[in-house]
Design a binder for this molecule. Structure first.
Ligand code: SF4
Length: 264
């Protein structure tokens, strides 16, 4: 039923959140499964997901190709292949195997969405999906509310990057960093910045949120957006208007526009 609900609502952001919730649920269940039967159960689950594994001295052994397939978004030194690889296989503790299985669940759920449902079925489910749609529209609306205010005073480079994201283009790493750090510095909330990227073809809610929060300073380090000369070096200074010729940093452009009380 949950898959039917999100399929009728048909929003990428909701698919991502739902798949994450299922993965979290799977993770919690597997962590608390009965110890005695757990190893055998984990081995058969790994097999179901196409990752044949074996157990040696209380550790799980996986083919490195299966490991790579499911660990791309997991962070930390314990996931570095170079630290784990031996003769084409990697050795992992039970807790790490459970994280890999949760990621496999997330990708499996995501790959099956949206379900192909008839308009009539979605109509019949509307008493259940309407409140969800309403809650989601409030989240998306908050993002749109803050958009024009920011857009009005942003420099041409940032406006151009925003337009590219809205058109569904993937930004290069320097461009993504410039846009995220600029928006974070002018006070946009992490959630609102994440939602801006939802049109990107490679959008991944959790990964984007992690990157945004890192840039916003939750790691204890604040990042300042690149200045005009760096923007130019990476080809992100798309054009210069009169104000551009008098400043050397996109943030100065924005602050001057705000100070003048005009977005024009
Ligand atoms: S001059 Fe600076 S503010 Fe203006 S478009 Fe280029 S990088 Fe952006």
């Amino acid at each position: 039923m949950a898959r039917a609900f999100v399929s009728c609502i048909n929003e990428t952001l909701l698919f991502q959140r739902y798949a994450n919730a299922e993965a979290q649920d799977a993770y919690n269940n597997l962590r608390h499964a009965d110890e005695r039967s757990q190893d055998g159960f984990l081995l058969s689950l790994l097999d179901d997901f196409g990752m044949p594994a074996s157990i040696k001295k209380n550790a799980f052994e996986l083919y490195f190709s299966d490991f790579i397939r499911y660990t791309g978004r997991l962070r930390g030194p314990q996931w570095r292949l170079v630290n784990l690889l031996y003769r084409g296989r990697v050795t992992l503790a039970k807790g790490e195997i459970i994280q890999i299985l949760a990621e496999a669940v997330r990708l499996k759920v995501l790959s099956g969405l949206p379900l192909k449902l008839s308009a009539r079925m979605c109509e019949e489910l509307s008493p259940y999906t309407s409140p969800l749609k309403h809650a989601l529209s409030q989240v998306l609306l908050r993002q749109e509310d803050s958009g024009p205010v920011v857009l009005e005073a942003c420099p041409p480079c940032i406006k151009a990057l925003l337009m590219q994201v809205k058109a569904g283009k993937n930004l290069s790493h320097p461009a993504r960093f410039a846009l995220t750090s600029f928006l974070a510095n002018i006070g946009m909330k992490a959630d609102e910045i994440v939602l801006i990227y939802q049109m990107s073809p490679d959008f991944d809610y959790e990964l984007t949120r992690y990157q945004v929060e890192h840039i916003k300073g939750s790691s204890g380090k604040d990042y300042t957006p690149p200045g005009c000369s760096t923007m130019e070096t990476y080809g992100n200074c798309v054009e210069s208007d009169d104000l551009c010729r008098r400043i050397s940093h996109p943030l100065s452009y924005y602050r001057l526009r705000i100070k003048r009380g005009t977005g024009a």
